[in-house]
Write a protein that binds this ligand. Structure first.
Ligand SMILES: Nc1nc2c(c(=O)[nH]1)N[C@H]1C(S)=C(S)[C@@H](COP(=O)(O)OP(=O)(O)OC[C@H]3O[C@@H](n4cnc5c(=O)[nH]c(N)nc54)[C@H](O)[C@@H]3O)O[C@H]1N2
Ligand SMILES: Nc1nc2c(c(=O)[nH]1)N[C@H]1C(S)=C(S)[C@@H](COP(=O)(O)OP(=O)(O)OC[C@H]3O[C@@H](n4cnc5c(=O)[nH]c(N)nc54)[C@H](O)[C@@H]3O)O[C@H]1N2
Ligand SMILES: [Mo]
Length: 830
């Protein structure tokens, strides 16, 4: 999409759209008076796909897949429960001690879950009062707003944008850079391949199916992870996965999954498994590279013509620079794969057309930059970058990457930033010598050590003295690591504001909680297919906002009104006018290329289809002519050695891919004598992070004795006297959680999985919900981040290292506490 052209289009139609109030009238007729039973099916959209929903007596009744979705996810059964569940945030509430004492409240008992209900007016005034205090006392460096977050879909209601735009009208604040998904990958790959790669469109599946002989799926589980998308997921990728399954069966394509565990994708495709010790991919890759080099299997011409620094890297590979030759024998001892098999893998990867597909998990660990860099080196040695069905991709498991883009312009979104010319009430930009942008995963470090200077991607970051945080559309008590460390940090925060649909742990550890309604309680529109840009979907309001919840748009319109800036905030448009405006902007941008009906027709029909785009090959232009189409690296070539990185002189990220031992590693690595088990906290099969965990009936389809399942190995279980379905306590020196044991043949010895997104539900020593504030408290539901490690990947990316984590576990024999996380706050009446 040509973004600039598109924005121009948006501006030029604005006056037409604003005057559209009368046109919008029939809309309420479509959405229907809710008291009468509606037989009609309305369309809506979500990360989980598009649906048709019908209502009975004003209540959502059935949810069925949208006609175009031929591969709907199972999670469709969790949709109703997103709206109707006991964890819904119903009223604005203030933490008891904060209501009594305000800015100087006792913060040690944050998490005791005692809250007082207030009115919307009161809540917003208390919120604004806190913002006034932080700006007056500390200035913008005291406030951090907008952590990373998966929000809900919808171009108008995307809640992080609402919060940030509104808070920006009040004053400036500390922002974040990067995300937890690809924190290390998106920083290292621009040095190596010239773009983040992780979020780039990939070679089309159809071409891969035609051209590839072998697909190496390295640390990736597309069959599980393509169930959801950043925008509304079309699930078209599943057609190609089904085709791939056929080809695997017929022996036409060989698929090898390099993963410590048997993934859902491997199970589905019935493909080969290549076990590797956790966090030991770099030694394996080095061993393979050594074999490719010494046996002359690699593509010398490609290396010479398209890359830089191979010789420098060779010194390391051959042990000339550090005295250790990276032979398959050397690699074998670390990665747990025999030297013969490593040699065989080198052969397989240099025979025929080979597509490498790398997932994101292996860069969410200490030194997570390295497996990404090293995999790019392997792909360069194979020499098929830029060929259909060859080369390397870092995103085929994500949001429909590999489905060709339609080429249509997509609707714009509600703006996150202030419109030009609008000044905040507190206009100071004095960050008192501290950085105004911090690496996303280092915010807890900043709270703990204000003023500390750290390295990050070639520059220095000085931690601001954060006193107040505002969260919307993210759940920090899901996404960040090491809960007990977070509890300590939160004691230093004066005020925490959360705008959420749910009483999850993020809300629990806040002072001010504002209830947002779900996507199903407001009107919106969304992009169908994050990368496919297949079409545009109407998101019809299904039911009125429950309890006193409001849409994010309405919450911050009221907030802006209190600042005297309502018009600046909304640009004088209502929810429905915005939707029409965004739609018409898109229609204008597509004029002459893609036909779009009038807004009301779209809104009634619910969908505009742009069709599928043309198949496409990543890096093809670069391959065809690297001089005319250079990569975005300093040299324009693939940088196997990066002078820039070498100049940074980081001990934990040298100038070429390097194996460095981790602070914690299982299978004989550091720390494994004390805590021998590797905890992987992969993305959930039946949730989107912590979203949908609230969905009770659906949660019940996978919990074990009401707890999050923990997948364990049979031998390990036997050693510990554990049977399938037992409650177990997982622990290390950082924390402890109760989970339910699921013995699975997919998990080798020394490895367990608890999926991220399980709601943190601490209870006190006495088992009480109110005691959840205690440091070291037992988590009664099973959030893996109770145990994970909170360190940066390296001085380069400073990203999340959640998968560098060792634990142990035992059968739980203590008194079993009730799960504290799903029943909302302890309401105190004053
Ligand atoms: N251990 C471990 N930790 C991880 C990961 C891991 O693999 N292992 N993965 C990391 C990754 S990749 C990611 S992306 C993060 C995800 O972390 P987050 O993005 O923080 O997780 P979500 O659960 O999606 O949080 C979204 C929040 O928005 C709320 N919400 C939904 N709709 C609305 C709305 O309309 N309005 C408002 N105001 N709120 C809404 C939801 O209720 C939820 O609380 O986690 C990271 N953390
Ligand atoms: N259903 C569902 N899908 C999702 C999400 C969700 O929450 N639910 N979240 C979305 C988001 S925000 C993101 S960031 C992506 C996450 O995408 P990824 O991070 O790629 O996904 P994971 O499934 O956590 O991990 C993929 C595989 O990596 C393997 N793995 C872990 N550690 C290692 C290692 O050291 N070596 C090797 N070789 N393999 C390893 C795991 O066993 C797993 O099979 O998923 C997206 N898709
Ligand atoms: Mo993510």
């Amino acid at each position: 999409m040509n973004r600039r052209h598109f924005l121009k289009g948006l501006l030029s139609v604005s006056c037409v759209a604003i005057g559209g109030a009368s046109v919008l009238k029939p809309l309420s007729a479509v959405a229907g008076p809710l008291s009468e039973p509606a037989e009609d099916w309305l369309i809506t959209a979500s990360h989980f796909g598009a649906f048709k929903i019908n209502r009975k007596n004003g209540v959502i009744d059935q949810v069925v897949p949208f006609d175009a979705d031929k591969y709907p996810t199972d999670m469709i059964h969790g949709i109703r429960g997103i709206v109707y569940n006991p964890s819904r945030a119903r009223y604005p509430m203030i933490r008891l001690d904060y209501l009594l004492k305000g800015w100087d409240s006792d913060t040690t008992r944050r998490g005791d879950f005692r809250f007082v209900r207030v009115t919307w007016d009161q809540a917003l005034e208390i919120f604004i009062d806190a913002l006034n205090t932080v700006q007056t006392k500390y200035g913008p460096s005291g406030l951090h707003a907008g952590q990373t977050g998966w929000r809900a879909v919808g171009q108008l209601h995307s809640c992080t944008s609402h919060m940030q735009r509104a808070v920006s009208m009040h004053g400036n604040y500390v922002k974040k850079v990067g995300d937890y998904s690809t924190g290390a990958g998106q920083v290292i790959l621009p040095y190596v391949l010239g773009s983040t790669e992780v979020y780039a469109q990939g070679t089309s599946w159809s071409l891969i199916l035609e051209q590839s002989d072998t697909i190496i799926m390295w640390s990736t589980d597309p069959y599980k992870n393509l169930q959801v998308g950043w925008n509304t997921e079309t699930h078209e990728s599943y057609y190609y996965l089904a085709e791939l399954k056929k080809k695997v069966k017929e022996g036409k394509i060989r698929v090898i999954s390099v993963d410590p565990v048997v993934s859902k994708t491997q199970d589905y495709l019935e493909c080969e498994h290549q076990y590797v010790n956790p966090q030991a991919d770099v030694p394996l890759m080095l061993g393979i590279a050594h074999e490719m080099y010494t046996k002359g299997l690699y593509d010398k011409d490609f290396v010479q013509g398209y890359s830089l620094g191979f010789d420098e890297f060779l010194k390391y590979l051959l042990g000339k620079s550090d005295g250790v030759e990276k032979t398959p024998e050397w690699a074998s001892k670390i990665c747990g794969i025999s030297p013969e098999r490593i040699r065989e893998l080198a052969k397989i990867m240099t025979t025929g057309r080979v597509q490498m597909m790398v997932g994101w998990c292996i860069q969410r660990q200490q030194h997570g930059e390295q497996p990404y860099w090293m995999s790019a080196v392997l792909a360069t040695m194979i020499g098929q970058i830029g060929l259909a069905g060859g080369g390397i991709s870092y995103g085929h498991h994500y949001s429909g990457i590999g489905i060709p883009a339609s080429g249509a312009a997509m609707p714009g979104a509600f703006p996150r930033n202030l419109d030009e010319g609008i000044k905040p009430i507190f206009n100071s930009t004095d960050f008192k010598g501290a950085s105004s942008v911090i690496p996303v995963a280092r915010w807890i470090d900043a709270i703990m050590e204000p003023g500390k200077v750290i390295d990050a991607n070639g520059s220095k970051v000085t931690f601001p003295d954060i006193k107040m945080m505002v969260f919307s559309g993210c759940n920090p008590w899901n996404h960040h690591q090491n809960r007990n460390h977070m509890k300590e940090a939160y004691r230093k925060l004066k005020c925490v504001v959360t705008i959420d649909t749910n009483w999850n742990a993020g809300a629990r550890f806040s002072d001010i909680v504002l209830p947002a309604c779900t996507t199903f309680e407001r009107n919106d529109l969304d992009i169908y297919g994050s990368y496919a840009n297949r079409g545009i979907l109407a998101m019809h309001k299904m039911v009125e906002p429950l309890y006193e919840s409001l849409s994010d748009f309405e919450i911050f319109t009221r907030f802006a009104r209190k600042l005297g800036k309502e018009k600046e905030y909304t640009r004088g448009m209502t929810e429905l006018q915005w939707i029409e405006y965004l739609y018409n902007g898109c229609k204008q941008a597509n004029a002459g290329n893609f036909k779009m009906p009038e807004f009301m027709t779209f809104w009634k029909e619910g969908y505009v289809d742009f069709g599928q785009g043309k198949p496409w090959v990543r890096h093809q232009a670069f391959r065809e002519d690297p001089e005319i189409n250079p990569l975005g690296t300093p040299s324009g070539l693939i940088e196997i050695f990066s002078r820039k990185i070498a100049h940074y002189n980081y001990d934990d990220c040298p100038g070429h891919p390097t194996w460095m031992e981790k602070v914690e590693r299982s299978h004989g690595g550091p720390g494994s004598k004390k805590h021998p088990i590797w905890l992987q906290s992969c993305h959930p099969n039946k949730r989107l992070h912590s979203q949908m965990c609230e969905s009770e009936e659906f949660r019940a389809t996978y919990t074990v004795k009401d707890r999050e399942p923990c997948y364990i190995n049979a031998q390990d279980a036997k050693k510990r006297g554990i049977k399938n379905g037992d409650l177990i306590r997982v622990f290390n020196d950082r924390g402890q959680a109760l989970v339910g044991a699921v013995i699975s043949p997919n998990f080798p010895e020394g490895i367990i999985r608890i999926s991220e997104g399980a709601w943190f539900s601490p209870v006190g020593k006495d088992g009480s919900k109110a005691g959840g504030w205690e440091i070291g408290a037992l988590d009664s539901y099973g959030d893996p981040n109770t145990m994970t490690l909170d360190i940066g990947t390296s001085k380069l990316a400073q990203a999340c290292s959640a998968y560098t984590c060792l634990v142990d576990y035992e059968k739980y024999t203590g008194k079993v506490p009730e799960v504290s996380g799903f029943s909302g706050p302890i309401e105190v009446n004053l």
